[in-house]
Ligand binder design. Structure first.
Ligand SMILES: Cc1cc2nc3c(=O)[nH]c(=O)nc-3n(C[C@H](O)[C@H](O)[C@H](O)COP(=O)(O)OP(=O)(O)OC[C@H]3O[C@@H](n4cnc5c(N)ncnc54)[C@H](O)[C@@H]3O)c2cc1C
Length: 427
């Protein structure tokens, strides 16, 4: 079959890779000049490797994406970087049961209680009963108010803002269940990895058009796409089309969709992401922390991630690279600030953690993604859009259908595999 795919993020790339292997004629359209979507990377002058615009790693149990890397003979590095939490103005390593049990900010009883809750979630295989429960009502009841208010409430609030109270326990379960202490990373970065998948697709006859944005999709006996490349527009026709963009973008270019379906998709809520990447001459964290969760509801930053405490700084011209991460509604005023104004918002807080970081600043960049994190409320399975859409030859496979797992490139690859299987079965 002749198949068009909208988007060269990991869902589109995985769908394309599997469909060309199944013998289909595949064409992928990507509005950006490079593949990778939310996991896209960039490279400063003098760097040997590229860096993701938004921090990225894999867990060692991210089987689908690790299998894809193996399939195309792409090297993956595995390391065990330090994960910490910032609590009451101090950084605590908190990445093993032993660290949780010896965490000095909580009395022993609360530590034991919290450890028992985390362990029971981790070893529970059933997410379905949990999706009916609200994380913010369940967690303080079972692990105790003290532990919840000190660690988990600030994390939920910093990540989901005004949606924090509606997040389902199934989302929390997925985060605890999938976490591994060791992490994986594609050698040279996610961009070269995405480019290697593109090369594998092209080798089998697939086509990828970059800087090509879908402006219009119409389904009659076949699917017609109007694609904008620069100032030109071209029409293409396919037997099947897979849409991998977030749902709100699908609604923009598929005007034929019935109102009832549009209303259903419009109920799905999501947050945008803003990341600043600092390039420093020296370490930001003196204790080799890679990931710092900020357990403070008043912090202007959600997490600080020192990438070069995971991957060696030698690949980045010996620069120390640090993300200042935030998830926010796309209407938040931070989205209107330029990079200097945003860093100014963070500056005072950053100085509390590293008073002299600014002296070692080489430069910094800011990256924004208007839709980056779906909000998963209770009973999300009832809201989950199916792959099939009201348009007979058009399928939806996007970040909002990754459930019960939290979004990630592993699940994007899994989604691409599932949609390819469905289409191949129909052919
Ligand atoms: C801050 C942050 C941190 C993250 N951390 C991790 C992590 O550590 N590990 C991990 O595995 N994942 C992580 N993720 C999630 C991961 O990046 C996503 O889940 C995954 O990349 C989603 O892939 P996708 O292909 O489904 O969607 P996307 O990556 O969004 O791909 C959709 C593609 O469609 C293109 N597009 C949109 N509109 C059009 C149009 N009209 N025409 C043509 N093309 C169009 C877009 O440019 C994009 O390339 C993170 C994400 C963010 C934002």
């Amino acid at each position: 079959m002749k198949i068009g795919i909208i988007g060269a993020g990991f869902t589109g790339l995985s769908a394309g890779y599997n469909l060309v292997k199944d013998g289909h004629q595949v064409t992928i359209f990507e509005k950006d000049p490079h593949p990778g979507g939310l996991a896209i990377g960039y490279q400063e002058k003098g760097w040997e490797w590229s860096l993701e615009k938004h921090y990225h790693h894999w867990f060692t149990n991210d089987e689908s994406v690790l299998r894809l890397a193996k399939d195309i003979s792409y090297d993956v590095l595995i390391k065990r970087p330090r994960t910490s939490a910032y609590v009451n103005g101090t950084i605590y390593q908190l990445d093993s049961p032993l660290h949780v049990l010896s965490f000095p900010e909580l009395p022993l009883f609360d530590r034991l209680r919290m450890s028992a809750v985390l362990a029971s979630l981790r070893y529970n295989p059933y997410w379905q009963p949990l999706e009916r429960i609200n994380a913010s009502t369940f967690l303080p009841k079972v692990m105790g108010e003290k532990a919840y208010q000190m660690i988990w409430e600030p994390l939920l609030v910093n990540k989901f803002g005004s949606y924090a109270g509606s997040v389902s326990l199934a989302w929390f379960w997925a985060r605890i269940k999938k976490r591994t202490a060791s992490l994986a990373y594609p050698k040279k970065g996610f961009l070269p990895f995405a480019q290697a998948v593109v090369a594998a697709i092209e080798k089998q006859g697939g086509k990828i058009h970059f800087s090509s944005e879908i402006n219009e999709l119409k389904d009659t006996a076949q699917v017609h796409l109007v694609v904008k490349h620069g100032k030109e527009s071209t029409s293409y026709t396919f037997d099947r089309v897979i849409v991998t963009t977030p749902s709100f973008l699908f609604l923009k270019f598929a005007l034929q969709l019935p109102e009832s379906y549009k209303a259903k998709l419009a109920k799905l809520k999501g947050l945008g992401a803003i990341n600043i990447v600092l390039r420093l001459k020296n370490d930001f964290f003196s204790d080799n922390t890679y990931w710092l969760s900020i357990c403070d509801k008043n912090s202007p930053i959600m997490a600080i991630v020192e990438h070069t405490h995971f991957m060696d700084k030698k690949y980045y011209n010996n620069e120390h690279l640090v993300y200042l991460g935030n998830y926010l509604p796309h209407t938040h005023r931070y989205f209107t600030l330029n990079k200097t104004e945003l860093l100014k918002e963070y500056d005072q807080y950053l100085r509390k953690i590293n008073p002299s970081y600014e002296k070692s600043l080489i430069g910094f960049e800011m990256f924004q993604a208007p839709f980056a994190q779906p909000v998963i409320p209770v009973n999300y399975s009832k809201m989950l859009p199916p792959f099939e859409t009201p348009l007979a030859h058009v399928f939806l496979a996007n970040i909002e259908q990754v459930y019960p797992w939290d979004r990630g490139t592993n699940y994007a690859v899994e989604l691409g595999e599932s949609i390819a299987r469905i289409i191949t079965k129909q052919s």
